[in-house]
Design a protein around this ligand. Structure first.
Ligand code: NAD
Length: 304
């Protein structure tokens, strides 16, 4: 039986450890403050932002949403970012990606004060990560490292394979695994012999964005599998193909209009040593680490 790595349980631990720190800041000075910038109407982004704001509320972190319309210009967004950079009560600024096509995403991310960059995407913070210096780390990979710690999964000397090379997940994940002394391979869309590379992994992290892409031949029987992918199945045919004979999934499709699935095929998960479910695996950790980065930014700015 594969062990299910429960992201919600680890999230709750992380949030519980942050609560007294938030209280201490609020008593001695003010609560930490997070500004979220969400442009236009992207249903997936709206769900993510809702989750982030709710987590702030539950912890006592001040949060505020800035909602420019989808025709916003780069200049207007830069003006907003600069005004948030100057606000003494805002410790963290999060720009929800993707931004509309007409916006120069790079210019917007570069405009963030690195001290308030709670996503860890600013090149200054990427540099800190690459150099192994302290700084805010991207939330998804740092949350996954917390999961490994919680379940006492020792990474030293292990063969870790990361599929995906994005700046948000794949690349920082590979570096964090390297710092934990794993032997790291990064695979991507141009990798040849992907199944063989994956099949050698003791620890497999999938961050691709393709529903149920990794089937049984990609997963070694004793592997620990972290499934970062969040994919929405919207048609009955796909749901029946990926979850054959599962009436609950069809019911979910009827009720919600979509069914979530990771990058790893559900049938492949049951044959490995341990895995993160989708939903309930990596997603909750990402939000918890955003809270952690925000509290740390507030502590640093307030001299705690
Ligand atoms: P991305 O599109 O930026 O990167 C995808 C990566 O997958 C690329 O580096 C690409 O080289 C690789 N890839 C694509 N096709 C491939 C193939 N056929 N074989 C091997 N590699 C291939 O995506 P991202 O932002 O890194 O996100 C990846 C997935 O993780 C998405 O489903 C996203 O929704 C999800 N995600 C989840 C969380 C979370 O909190 N759970 C956070 C961030 C991203």
């Amino acid at each position: 039986m594969a062990l299910i790595l429960d992201g919600k349980q680890v999230r709750d631990r992380i949030l519980a450890s942050l609560r007294p720190r938030v209280e201490k800041l609020a008593e001695a000075a003010r609560p930490p403050g997070l500004a979220v910038v969400l442009v236009g109407h992207n249903p997936a982004s709206e769900i993510y932002v809702r989750g982030k704001v709710k987590a702030c509320e539950e912890l006592g972190i001040h949060s505020e949403k800035h909602l420019p319309t989808s025709d916003v210009t780069t200049e207007e967004l830069l003006f907003l970012i600069r005004s948030l950079n100057e606000r003494p009560d805002i410790d963290g600024i999060l720009v929800q990606l993707p931004l509309p096509e007409q916006v120069d995403e790079d210019a917007v991310l570069m405009a963030l004060d690195p001290v308030k960059d709670v996503d860890g995407f600013h090149p200054v913070n990427v540099g800190h990560l690459v150099a192994g210096r302290p700084g805010p780390r991207p939330c998804t990979p740092s949350g996954i490292m917390r999961l490994f710690q919680h379940y006492k999964i020792d990474l030293a000397g292990k063969r870790a394979v990361v599929i995906g090379r994005s700046g948000i997940v794949g690349k920082p994940m590979a570096l964090l695994l390297l710092y934990a002394n794993a032997t790291v391979t990064i695979c991507h869309s141009r990798t040849r012999g992907l199944a063989a590379e994956c099949g050698r992994a003791d620890v497999l992290v999938a961050a691709i964005g393709r529903p149920a892409f990794l089937t049984g031949e990609f997963v070694a029987p004793d592997a620990v599998v972290v499934d970062v992918g969040i994919n929405r199945l919207k048609d009955r045919q796909s749901v029946e193909r990926i979850f054959p004979g599962d009436p609950e999934k069809l019911e979910e499709l009827g009720l919600k209009g979509s069914v979530l699935v990771g990058d790893v095929h559900p049938a492949a998960l049951s044959q490995c040593a341990a895995y993160t479910p989708v939903p309930g695996g990596v997603g909750p950790l990402t939000i918890a680490m955003l809270m952690s980065n925000t509290v740390e930014a507030a502590e640093r700015r307030l001299g705690f």
